[in-house]
Design a protein around this ligand. Structure first.
Ligand code: GRF
Length: 244
């Protein structure tokens, strides 16, 4: 229980300012906005939204919530750095952003950039694995499980430390679109869990002990698979099943 003084002190702490990068419909952006507004992500503010594409629905979502939003061409890294600095951004969320973040931003925001990827990294990640292609690759590989991974962004695509994973089954007769929908359904929770850790300065705990989220209603096999992932922890990157 916080004392009255502690409560007062807590209120005057500055909010953790987030910049969210998008390229599409922004359902992950919406999940973060909702989690900030209902307190799931405490003491944070979605300060600005940057899109690599014009006319996407994610920009409308930002507008609806009165959040400053803009389109910045991926070939204009200086503008990205400048706007982050002007707004004193504390942390960055890549929520379906299809471009590479400028290297000076990666350096400055070391361990403060969270990305969401629609597969179980390190499988089905890296350059060229985006959008529906990821799910097509999962089907081609014939693996039984897929999911979503929230991880720290570094200079490569999808190689930073894993923070949170969610597992979903690949079902008989699934199309890539079915998988995309099922995975998107778990991405939001996965991303929110990682962004919360970012905002409360606990990202290192997730780096050391990544969280795996499972749905209690899922088949027993999915749960076992998730427990297996947890046991493997970061050494998962050393396995060679590659899904191919
Ligand atoms: C998500 O599948 C995300 O993982 C991927 O792009 C999609 C974006 O969805 N990188 P949304 O724009 O958040 O709805």
């Amino acid at each position: 229980m916080l004392s009255k003084t502690a409560k007062k002190e807590r209120r005057i702490l500055p909010l953790f300012k987030l910049a969210i990068f998008i390229s599409g419909s922004g359902s992950n952006l919406q999940a973060v906005i909702d989690a900030v507004s209902d307190g799931t992500i405490p003491d944070a503010k979605v300060e600005l939204v940057i899109s690599s594409r014009d006319g996407v629905y994610g920009l409308e979502r930002a507008e609806k919530h009165g959040i400053l939003n803009m389109v910045i061409d991926r070939n204009d890294p200086a503008r990205i750095s400048k706007i982050l600095e002007e707004h004193k951004i504390d942390g960055i969320v890549l929520a379906g952003y299809l471009s590479m973040i400028p290297s000076d931003v990666i350096k400055k925001y070391n361990s403060k950039i969270v990305n969401i990827h629609p597969a179980l990294l390190p499988m089905f990640g890296g350059k060229g694995f985006y959008g529906i292609r990821v799910h097509q690759a999962v089907l081609t590989a014939g693996v039984k499980y897929t999911g979503a991974t929230a991880h720290l962004a570094d200079r490569e695509y999808d190689t930073g430390d894993v923070l949170v994973r969610s597992v979903v089954p690949v079902l008989e007769g699934d199309t890539a679109e079915d998988l995309q929908k099922r995975v998107l359904g778990v991405e939001h929770k996965t991303l929110v869990c990682a962004v919360k850790a970012l905002a409360v300065n606990k990202i290192n705990e997730l780096v050391k002990n990544p969280v795996t989220i499972i749905n209690e209603q899922d088949k027993e096999g999915v749960r076992e698979f998730a427990y297996g992932l947890m046991r493997l922890g970061s050494s998962l990157t050393e396995t060679d099943n590659g899904g191919s």
